[in-house]
Write a protein that binds this ligand. Structure first.
Ligand SMILES: [Zn+2]
Length: 74
């Protein structure tokens, strides 16, 4: 089984997308913190309520919620 990061805790079968995969946000949530607005996925990615993300290697991904155009710039 291929593992891109030592930080991954995925125990699922079949394995979830790794953090470097385009569909990494399809991995399962292993730790949910709704009061703080973020969740940890089993591939080590942190996903925020506004769809922003932090990857295990420290890279950040800006929010990319498709509907944000309807709400205007925030
Ligand atoms: Zn998983």
């Amino acid at each position: 089984m291929r593992r891109d990061s030592a930080l991954t805790t995925c125990q699922h079968s079949p394995a979830c997308p790794v953090a470097s995969a385009p569909d990494h946000d399809a991995a399962r949530v292993v730790s949910r913190h709704p009061e703080q607005g973020w969740s940890l996925l089993c591939n080590g990615v942190v996903v925020f309520e506004d769809t922003g993300e932090i990857l295990p290697d420290g890279r950040t991904i800006a929010p990319h919620r498709p509907a944000c155009r309807l709400a205007g710039a925030a």
